[in-house]
Ligand binder design. Sequence first.
Ligand SMILES: N[C@@H](CCC(=O)N[C@@H](CS)C(=O)NCC(=O)O)C(=O)O
Length: 225
Amino acid sequence: MTMKLYMHPVSTASRPVRLFIAQKNIPVEEVSVDLMTGEHYKDEFTAINPSRMVPALVDGDFKLTESAAILRFLASEFKAPEYPTDTRKRAKVDEALDWFNTQFYRDFGYGLLYPQIFPHHKRPTDEHHTGTINWGKDKAQTWFGVLDKNIIGSRQYVTGDQITIADYFGGCICTAGELIGCTFENFPNVQRWLGNVKKLEHWPRINEVMYGFAASMKGKDFVNL
Ligand SMILES: N[C@@H](CCC(=O)N[C@@H](CS)C(=O)NCC(=O)O)C(=O)O
């Protein structure tokens, strides 16, 4: 039986997993879950992920949620060098994955981006809404500064000169910023690193729907970095 990945093409958490699967030619069938019509709230999907979120990987009765866990699993299962087996190198990849997945994603994704683009992230009052976005912007600036100077610095990728699953993951979270027009011009190392990640052969195809969504919002007045 082929493994199935339940996903949505614009979803920030689905994109790195889809990209990795495409790059490594891993035999996985994609199943689209329409978040816009609430398909993830239906019984068929909540039986897979009661948290009602994509992505989710299913292989028979093995179900795995959480994008970073899915990346780690697939890379381990298919013995990909993007998740090194040397314990110290692997620990540095895990460190970067956790860094992106916690404070960075919370403040940049859920603080700055999503409240501006998704209606269900609108806060109950204008004051609350504006406060959330300003807080997210302020914190995200700090995290981007650390990413630019300390994590990437002169490296090609976040843990060195080889691409790892942390670059797939972090690169997809950062580029979600393009939905609100982020160009990262104040963060030259981030720009250079994203340029490296975007050289992946399947980047354009996997991100096509996301860029279509970004184009549909072009010209809107977003709070930006
Ligand atoms: N921590 C989860 C987050 C997954 C997540 O945030 N998924 C979003 C799409 S990017 C989702 O399914 N949202 C459904 C909703 O907002 O109702 C992961 O990394 O997989």
